[in-house]
Design a protein. Sequence first.
Length: 503
Amino acid sequence: MTLTLWVIAFGMFLLTIFLAIRILVRKISRAVEEEYWQNRYEIFSKLVDEIVADIPTKDLIQIKKLPGDKKILQVLLEKKLLYIKGDDHTRVVDKLKELGFVDLYVAELNSSNANERATALQVLGDLRITEASGNFTEAIEDPDGDVRLTAVRGLANMVDEITASGENGTRTGPIIESIVGLLDKPERVPDRRLAEVILDIGSDAVPPLLVATKSSNARTRALAADILGQIGDWRGVDTLIEMLNDPETDVRTQAAGALGSTGDTRAVKPLIKSLDDEAWPVRARGARALSVVGDPVAVYPISRLLSDPQWWVRYNAGFALPSFKELGYETLEKTLLDSDRYARERALEVMEETGYLHQFIEDLASDNDEKKTRAMKLLIIVGNAGGLAPLIDATREIDDPRSIGAIIEIWRNITEHLVEYLNSESHTMKMQAIESVNKINYSYVVEKIDLFGQLDIEGTGASIVEIAHNIERIKKSLELLKQDLAVDIRDETFATLSFMERK
């Protein structure tokens, strides 16, 4: 029994020694391998530096191709070769051809492994090996999606070298046409990836894109319009204007957006007309496009969309108006008096989101009577229109005696109007008032107004009393309406309003 234990122990000892030696050998092997690859990379990197430095061929460092050097070349491409341009790039590529690397990658284009084919295409494309352009064209039909996309990108990289110069120095040729032609073949290359490639080609892709806008496929027309807009070339404007009359909604929508991207003033009248399009996406995109073009003649047509039945159209109309600066904000101010609830709400949102109202709250403390009066008038309109958030913040934060009187007067006016609206014969006005009252359920507002009263600021006492009286009337009106109309009035609203009754 003892002998058996000794044998087992000795066996375990030998196994431990074996495993330790194996781990050590692996570490040494890995270190040696890393040092080898690092040395090879440094040799290749030095060769590239010498070629760029225009050192005579006979004095260049001598390199022989070894197994595994493909990895070195790929790293070299990422870190150095992609940033070398012009004649330097040509000389480096010629040396790599001489060493046999180019032939090696060309041969891998026929590999049964899709990853190897894609890698070969990527390297050849990055090196801009024009002799392989035919292989790239064939690879567009490869069964593997990544291979097809890499082939398209590679062709785009080689556009400079493989296309001829046309009129006005623009590049022409079947390569660009074949790339743009893939818009009609979404099964070959994903839309957005292809669009990125075409955008990299730039304005030289405009002629075939104009052809694509005539495609029988609506999706192709829409994509072509979108890309033309992003390129922003003036040659596409007339075609994009025509596309605003396309029978397909998506095409008209993309055309409207594209016209905005060009910033061309020729698009103003057609885009204004698009604001009446039966399809809401076209109206929404048209409003935003006009904000980019920036012609003030579009302000009124855009403002009409603040009452549009579709919220996204209202949103874009509101987004567009501030881009017209003073004229846009004046239009938003007028909209606060609009009978349409949606228009008022969107105007308020924009004025709050852009910080436009903040300047008027600051003006309440102004020594300039004209500024102060204008600020009070506007903020009263804002309050009556339901925009109580900025007023609540102002009431909470402002301690300047010059502003307090104005704040009190604004609240007096608002509560007076709320009483009037709640007792109106108009159901719409009643509901608007209830919605506003539900927004005043913050105890600190009422407490702050009470504090203002304790400060005994000259000329405010009567207004404070009137506010309290109005709030009591509001509460009674709400109690009646809650029973009669079964409307949703928050319990917190009653609790807050009751505070002033204790005053």
